[in-house]
Design a protein around this ligand. Structure first.
Ligand SMILES: [Zn+2]
Length: 465
């Protein structure tokens, strides 16, 4: 039988092999062989290593049954405990881990393999990883089994939990109910701005002239508090976004048509105060279009704050994630009171995409789209400002549906909510003309009609149309 090494000897060996430096602790659970330890039951508790993890020979052993006569010199930062307490501790940990895994399984968390002391990703039993089957649930079980936490990272699910081996699970989940879901916009703290802080000034004569070329009067500019600002020695137009007369946001436009917007401010519709309690609302794509509408007599008009998207998005996000259209949600109270929303966005594909995105959010049943009239033989007006510039305010005022007869369109267009009375001597063709008008409009824009013609019997009416 080999001689029994003393604890001092073992520590001395360890100190010399570990280089004598105080090093980081590495938990170790291996046992030294009984022979090498001289029939002592030696349990390896900790290992001191240098820059690299040391091999088995370079470990500090603690003879747990021998009480050293005196404390040895050298590194002695050894955590020791009795075999029984360590065994007990290990058993308790194992028991707690068993209870925890049982509890997790009851919650539907069943990975192929249990891992402790590390964040483990797996399928969430609540949302099943959504349509993309993501491994969205992160589970952490403490190495000592004292508790476990889990969290689903999918925002629409957000299932969270915490449980201790002897406790009931504490669970929470993101609510799907739109009204009870915390609104990011509501919680967000926006920067407060004022005209003085932004160094806004009244428009100079050059800019008033610039607007007059675009048929926007100084009066309209003043009413909408259009201002200017000196940014890096260049004068830019400042469109002030107000709610209840208070400045909320500001957007700058260089004459080169480059836009800048204040950071960390609340995004709202431009001209918001003009649609307060309005039943009919017009939404345009830019501030100048809003001002153009005003020139034609429409005050119940607002503009979106950042133009049009390149295309219609595939999925409609939840309002909290709907960052690009957050301005709509921020102005929801104003929009909710409208029964009819006229989408007068640009005639180009992005403008049409914007109209679609707006209609999806506002409810298609109360949205109407504007078809811009022709600018000349080949081109169609792009937006409200082009109609104002090329065809004049009367054309913008009389935006409506084409009758189907070019000569007639110059005189009359069908505008929703307008009452039109057609008169004429008997048998001059009033009814036939109205029938033809309905057919033309149905053909062009797909409107459907309900007819109440008391003088015509239903049979002949159906037969003629
Ligand atoms: Zn989930």
């Amino acid at each position: 039988m080999p001689p029994r090494p003393s604890l001092q000897l073992l520590l001395g060996m360890a100190a010399s092999t570990a280089g004598g430096d105080s090093c980081r602790l590495i938990p170790a659970r291996r046992r030294l062989s009984a022979i090498a330890a001289g029939a002592h039951r030696i349990r390896l508790l900790h290992s001191f290593s240098g820059s690299r993890r040391l091999s088995g020979g370079h470990e500090v052993a603690c003879c747990v049954r021998s009480v050293p006569a005196s404390r040895p010199a050298g590194p002695v930062a050894i955590h020791s405990s009795s075999v029984h307490s360590t065994e007990d501790y290990r058993k308790k940990c194992e028991e707690r881990l068993r209870q925890l895994t049982e509890k997790l399984e009851k919650e539907g968390i069943c990975p192929k393999e249990w891992r402790f002391g590390t964040f483990q990703r797996m399928m969430c039993p609540m949302c099943k990883g959504g349509s993309r089957k993501e491994r969205c649930l992160s589970v952490f079980i403490r190495m000592d089994g004292v508790n476990t936490t889990w969290n689903c990272f999918r925002s629409t699910c957000g299932w969270k939990g915490y449980v201790q081996p002897d406790g009931f699970p504490k669970l929470s989940q993101a609510k799907h109910d739109q009204d009870s879901k915390p609104n990011v916009a509501v919680n967000k703290v926006y920067r407060k701005i004022c005209e003085q802080d932004l160094h806004l000034e009244p428009l100079c004569n050059e800019l008033v002239t610039y607007f007059s070329v675009r048929m926007i009067s100084a009066e309209t500019l003043l009413r909408n508090s259009v201002m200017q600002r000196n940014r890096k020695n260049k004068i830019v137009i400042a469109f002030t976004y107000k709610r209840d007369g208070v400045l909320v946001d500001c957007k700058y436009r260089k004459v080169s048509k480059k836009f800048l917007q204040e950071a960390n401010t609340e995004r709202i519709l431009y001209g918001l105060d003009d649609i307060k309690l309005a039943r009919d609302i017009i939404i345009v794509e830019g501030e100048i279009d809003k001002l153009s509408m005003e020139e034609a007599g429409y005050h119940n008009c607002v503009s979106v704050p950042h133009g049009a998207p390149p295309r219609v998005s595939r999925k409609l996000p939840h309002k909290d994630q709907d960052k690009k259209y957050q301005f709509l949600w921020n102005c929801k109270d104003y929009l909710d009171s409208a029964t009819r929303i006229i989408l007068a966005t640009d005639a180009d594909p992005p403008g049409q995409a914007l109209a679609e995105e707006l209609a999806r959010r506002l409810g298609k049943e109360r949205c109407w789209r504007v078809n811009w009239p022709k600018k000349n033989e080949k081109e169609v007006c792009k937006d409200a400002n082009e109609v104002l510039m090329f065809l004049g305010p009367q054309s913008l005022k009389r935006l409506g549906v084409h009758t189907g007869w070019k000569s007639m369109d110059e005189l009359y267009k069908v505008v929703p909510v307008e009452l039109t009375v057609v008169t004429g001597v008997p048998n001059s063709g009033k009814s036939e003309w109205i029938d033809a008008l309905m057919c033309n409009i149905n053909d062009q824009v797909g409107w459907k009609f309900v007819c109440a013609q008391w003088k015509t019997r239903s049979g002949s009416m159906l037969g003629s149309s």
